[in-house]
Design a protein around this ligand. Structure first.
Ligand SMILES: Cc1ncc(COP(=O)(O)O)c(C=O)c1O
Length: 437
């Protein structure tokens, strides 16, 4: 056992007997302290989109740190990198977007989005509109309210009870539910009472919950339902933003505009912590026009951090200069086509993907779709031995079953050869793990 004094995210003693100590990275490759090489099959945590070892980003951080590492962005103060990054984010997101509140990560971003939704309705004289509707299998982070929106029960078990006013509905999940399932949102709004619902939050493609793309009609229907009942639509694009699906942001695939966009991860390609909420001009107006007694009393020390924002600006420049946003579609197709070949393995129930994010759902039986639970961890162990790192959505039975789902989302700079290695190593790992007792 390596002695560790870190309480790790998802800390568990059994995982710490031989932890991998990462020391270096280059492109889609990570190196550990023993000199072993791994393909970073999940862009670390779906965030190192530009790959490891980018000097330009280190230089952008160093330049900004030398000039002005940090300054408060509280009302009355601002800084150039944050202003420039906000403008650029508004340009590349959706036509109805108008302003940005900066955070330092995903969960804080969604907390902010929920507070903006409450604030918006209170300012409109509708203070009872406070509830948040989210989806089963959705992942929105693990601070108290974000955890309550997250629809994966294992994250709740030891931290009950959830924050009141969070309601979960079934997602669009073609492998297990017929139709688009958008009607589940309308049912929930009507049941709860539209006068109590502030917002609906959804990932355009469920990520950590098992890479679940929706049916093509799902989000257009969701937009119509939100409009009908005056419910704000928060797009959690913390994974799907910044090229992962082949566009800057994902809802454009279905011609839909949200009211708020949560972003993080890819905005700096993980080189520094940064996130934020982009809001529509309507919401911006409500915040901007408020009288002093109703001012937006939300804040955090590192909101608008100049160095993080300077790295964000450089990151966006690299996506553009290297045409990486558009690279995700052909690379994703190669990955998905390769993974589809694994359907011949009897434990592979579903293979799905959207842009450069794919999922392989494991089952005990292809015809009954009985979830395989526990097999995913064995596959990960085999993949690690073969120099491939990724993560699994741990499955569950019960009312909303899902099998262990292997998630694959390499950096946008991954080579075609590396994609083929991922497919081969994963195929071997699944086959070997499935034979283990
Ligand atoms: C869609 C989505 N939302 C929110 C989060 C939470 O982000 P963080 O871990 O930075 O709090 C994540 C993290 O994986 C995510 O994938």
């Amino acid at each position: 056992m390596v002695e560790t004094r870190i309480i790790h995210p998802l800390h568990n003693r059994a995982d710490l007997e031989a932890p991998v100590v990462f020391v270096e990275g280059k492109g889609a490759i990570l190196l550990d302290s023993e000199g072993r090489e791994y393909i970073d099959g999940l862009s670390s945590l779906w965030n190192v989109n530009l790959g490891h070892g980018r000097r330009e980003l280190a230089d952008a951080a160093a330049d900004q740190m030398r000039r002005l590492a940090y300054a408060s962005a509280y009302s009355g103060y601002t800084n150039e990198p944050a202003e420039r990054l906000a403008k650029r984010l508004i340009e590349i997101s959706y036509p109805n977007m108008s302003a940005v509140y900066f955070t330092t990560g995903g969960a804080e971003t969604n907390e902010t989005a929920f507070k903006v939704a409450r604030y918006y309705w209170r300012r409109q004289g509708q203070p009872t509109k406070t509830k948040i509707i989210s989806r089963i299998h959705g992942y929105h982070g693990l601070t108290l309210a974000a955890m309550s929106a997250t629809g994966i029960p294992t994250f709740h078990t030891m931290f009950q009870p959830l924050v009141p006013g969070f309601v979960h509905i079934v997602p669009s999940y073609p492998y297990r539910y017929p139709g688009s399932m958008a009607e589940a949102l309308e049912e929930a709004i009507v049941r709860e009472g539209p006068e109590t619902v502030a917002a609906f939050i959804a990932e355009p493609v469920i990520g950590a919950g098992g890479v679940i793309p929706p049916t093509p009609d799902y989000f257009p229907k969701i937009r119509t339902i939100c409009d009908k009942y005056n419910v704000l639509f928060i797009a959690d694009e913390i994974i799907t933003g910044f090229g992962r699906t082949g566009r800057w942001f994902a809802l454009g695939h279905w011609g839909v505009e949200p009211d708020l966009v949560s972003f993080a991860k890819g905005v700096t390609s993980a080189y520094l912590p940064l996130g934020g909420v982009i809001v529509s001009s309507q919401i911006h107006g409500v915040i901007h026009e408020a009288p002093p007694t109703e001012r937006f009393m939300h804040a955090a020390t590192y909101s608008g951090h100049p160095t993080c924002c300077a790295v964000g600006l450089k990151t966006l420049e690299i996506y553009e200069n290297e045409n990486l946003i558009f690279r995700a579609a052909p690379l994703g197709k190669r990955l998905l086509d390769g993974l589809q070949q694994l359907r011949d393995l009897p434990v592979v129930g579903d293979v799905r993907g959207f842009g450069l994010m794919c999922g392989i759902e494991l089952v005990e039986d292809q015809s009954t779709k009985k979830p395989a639970i526990g097999l995913g961890a064995k596959v990960l162990a085999e993949a690690k031995k073969r120099g491939l790192l990724t993560r699994v959505r741990v499955g569950q039975g019960g009312e909303h079953p899902i099998g262990d789902t292997l998630c694959v989302a390499p950096p946008l700079v991954v080579t075609e050869e590396q994609i083929d290695h991922i497919v081969r190593r994963l195929g071997e790992s699944i086959a070997v793990a499935a034979r283990q007792p």
